[in-house]
Design a protein. Structure first.
Length: 534
C-alpha cells in the first residue's frame, strides 16, 4: 500500500436525455460515498433544479470527455466517469481506490456489471436485464468481497462499463479522451487507455465490485450500438489490441476469465463434480468417505450443485445421500462427464489407481483435484495381479498427480510419503484434509449381522476387527491380541468383518494365529446397518 496521501475523487456525469433518469444514479453515488463531489454537465436545455437540490455542481461541457479532462486539470485527483445511469453499491470505490493508491501505473479501474460489454456479469459478453434472483448490487458486491479468495486487481485490454475510475496519474501523463459525441465516450476511453498503455500504464478490473445498469434508464439500443461502432473504429486502428480483446473476453484461463469464474462461484455457488465410480455393491471405508463428502458439500450454502459420476446404478447404501435435492447422481460411460455440463471443480476423492482421461475431464471442469489416501499399493507389488499391473498402477498415480490442479492427502504422514517417493506434485498444490470421524451421530439404524447369527454367535462381548483383509490392515495382529486377552482370563469372542481382497491378503498369517477357531467369527462385507451394530 502506498504511503502517499490519497488523492481526491470527483464523479463526472454528462447528462444526456431526461434529467430525471439520472437522479437514481446521483442518489446511489451519494449513498456510496457521501463526501465525493459530483459534477454534472447537461447536454440539452432543461430544468436542472432537481440536480441542484441534490447538491451536485453544474458545469458547462459539451461531452463527458471534455468534462473529464477539465476535472482532471482542476482537481489533480481521480475522476469517476459515469457515461450512463447506474445504481452503485455501498462503498463503490473502496476497492478501486486501494488499487490506484497502491500502484501509480494503474490508468483505469472498471467494475463488474450486468451490462458492461466484455465485463458483463454473470452472463459473459452479453447484457442481463436483471440481477441474479434474490440479489442486488449491494448483496452481490458484499459476497464478492467477503467470500474467499480476496479480490485481486485483474488486467484487462481497456476500460469498459458505464462507470470507470480514471486515475489522477493517467490524467496527468496521458492525453485525456478526445472531444467526442456523447454516445462515443466508450470509444474515446478505449483510445485513452491504449495511448496510456504505451506509457506503461495498465487498465484493471476490480472483481470485488458490481454496478447495476438499469435497462429502463440506460441508453436506448440505437445509441448503444453507435458506441459499439465507434469502438470498432478504434480497434481497427489497433489490431493487436483487438486480438488481445478477443482472447481475453473468450478464454476461460485468461486473467479476466479466471476473475469472472471466481466471481460467478462466489455469487451463484460452486459446482462440484465427484467421481463416484467406487460406489458399487461393497461399502468399505472409501465408500463411506465419498458419501460423507457428498453430504457435507450438499449442506454448504456456497455450493450450488454436487454432481456424482457413477459406474453403476445408485447402491442401496447411497440412496439417502444421493437423493438430496442439490445432488445430481447418474451413471456415466468412462470419463465422459459431459452429461453434467460445466462445473468448477471435478474431484476424485480416492486413489487415482487407473489412467484417467484428464483431457475429457477438462472439457467439463475448470479445476481437477485428486485424493491420495496412501501409497501402500504404490510400493507393494503383492497387491497386484502381475508385475505389469503394478507398474501400470504406478504410472497412473504419477500421471494423475502431475496433471491435477490440486492433490489432497488424508494426513500429514501421507504427504510425507508422497514426498519420499518423489511423486510429481509441487508442495503448493498439495493439501492435507484429514478424514473425519463425525459422519456418525449415534442414532443411525443398526441391525445384528444375519451372517453372524448363522455362524453360531448367540450373545456376549467380543473384540471387533473391521476392514478388508489386506496384509497392511494387520488382522493377524488383532488375532494375536485377542488370544492374549483370552489367555489372561477375558471371556471374549472375536469378530472380523470385511471384504476379502484377491491379492495381498493376510489369509495365511490369520490361519497361523487362529488356533482352534473357537469363538472366532469371520464375516464377509457387511451392510452399513450391520456395521453400525458391530
Amino acid at each position: 500500500m502506498s504511503s502517499r496521501r490519497p488523492a481526491t475523487v470527483t464523479a463526472a456525469i454528462h447528462v444526456t436525455g431526461d434529467v430525471a433518469r439520472w437522479i437514481p444514479t446521483v442518489r446511489s453515488l451519494r449513498h456510496a460515498h457521501p463526501e465525493m463531489p459530483i459534477v454534472m454537465s447537461v447536454a440539452e436545455r432543461q430544468d436542472t433544479g432537481p440536480l441542484a437540490r441534490l447538491g451536485v455542481e453544474l458545469l458547462s461541457a459539451p461531452t463527458l470527455s471534455t468534462l473529464l479532462a477539465a476535472l482532471g486539470r482542476r482537481s489533480g485527483g481521480h475522476v469517476l466517469a459515469v457515461s450512463d445511469p447506474i445504481v452503485a453499491p455501498p462503498g463503490l470505490l473502496d476497492g478501486a481506490l486501494e488499487i490506484v493508491e497502491a500502484d501509480a501505473r494503474v490508468s483505469t479501474v472498471s467494475f463488474l456489471s450486468n451490462d458492461a460489454g466484455f465485463l458483463s456479469f454473470p452472463l459473459r459478453n452479453g447484457p442481463s436485464l436483471r440481477c441474479p434472483d434474490g440479489m442486488d448490487e449491494a448483496s452481490i458486491t458484499r459476497r464478492l468481497r467477503v467470500s474467499a479468495p480476496v479480490p485481486q486487481a485483474t488486467p484487462i485490454p481497456f476500460a469498459a462499463g458505464a462507470a470507470v475510475l480514471v486515475s489522477a496519474s493517467a490524467l496527468a501523463m496521458a492525453t485525456p479522451p478526445g472531444n467526442t459525441q456523447p454516445w462515443a465516450f466508450e470509444a474515446a476511453l478505449a483510445e485513452f487507455c491504449i495511448q496510456a498503455r504505451a506509457r506503461g500504464f495498465v487498465d484493471v478490473l476490480d472483481p470485488g465490485t458490481y454496478c447495476f445498469r438499469p435497462a429502463d434508464l440506460a441508453r436506448p439500443p440505437g445509441e448503444a450500438s453507435l458506441a459499439l461502432v465507434e469502438r470498432g473504429h478504434v480497434l481497427d486502428r489497433h489490431p493487436r489490441i483487438a486480438r488481445h480483446l478477443e482472447e481475453e473476453s473468450t478464454a476461460s484461463g485468461s486473467p479476466l476469465g479466471l476473475a469472472l469464474a471466481g466471481a460467478r462461484s462466489k455469487v451463484a455457488g460452486i459446482r462440484v463434480l465427484i467421481d463416484g465410480g467406487c460406489l458399487g455393491p461393497l461399502e468399505t471405508g472409501t465408500q463411506v468417505q465419498v458419501l460423507s463428502l457428498v453430504e457435507a458439500l450438499a449442506a454448504r450454502d456456497d455450493v450450488a450443485r454436487v454432481c456424482v459420476a457413477l459406474a453403476t446404478a445408485i447402491p442401496r447404501y447411497g440412496q439417502r445421500v444421493l437423493s438430496h435435492p442439490k445432488v445430481d447422481a447418474r451413471p456415466v460411460a468412462g470419463d465422459d462427464l459431459s452429461v453434467f455440463g460445466e462445473v468448477d471443480v471435478a474431484h476424485r476423492p480416492y486413489q487415482p489407481d487407473r489412467l484417467i482421461d484428464f483431457a475429457r475431464w477438462r472439457q467439463v471442469a475448470s479445476r481437477i483435484v485428486v485424493t491420495v489416501q496412501d501409497v501402500i499399493a504404490y510400493h507393494i507389488a503383492q497387491y497386484h495381479q502381475t508385475e505389469a499391473s503394478w507398474l501400470d498402477y504406478r504410472v497412473a498415480m504419477q500421471r494423475a498427480l502431475r496433471c491435477a490442479d490440486g492433490v489432497v492427502v488424508v494426513s500429514d504422514d501421507t504427504g510425507h510419503q508422497v514426498a519420499r517417493h518423489r511423486l510429481p506434485v509441487d508442495p503448493t498444490r498439495l493439501f492435507t484434509v484429514p478424514n473425519g470421524i463425525d459422519h456418525l451421530a449415534g442414532d443411525e439404524a443398526a441391525s445384528i449381522p444375519i451372517e453372524l447369527l448363522s455362524r453360531g454367535y448367540v450373545a456376549g462381548d467380543f473384540v471387533l476387527v473391521l476392514g478388508t483383509d489386506y496384509s497392511h490392515k494387520n488382522r493377524d495382529l488383532g488375532l494375536r491380541a485377542w488370544r492374549e486377552l483370552r489367555r489372561r482370563g477375558h471371556t471374549l469372542g472375536l469378530v472380523m468383518a470385511g471384504a476379502a481382497v484377491p491379492y495381498g491378503s493376510s489369509r495365511v498369517l490369520e490361519a497361523l494365529c487362529e488356533g482352534d477357531g473357537t469363538d472366532v467369527y469371520t464375516l464377509p462385507d457387511v451392510t452399513h446397518e450391520e456395521r453400525n451394530w458391530l
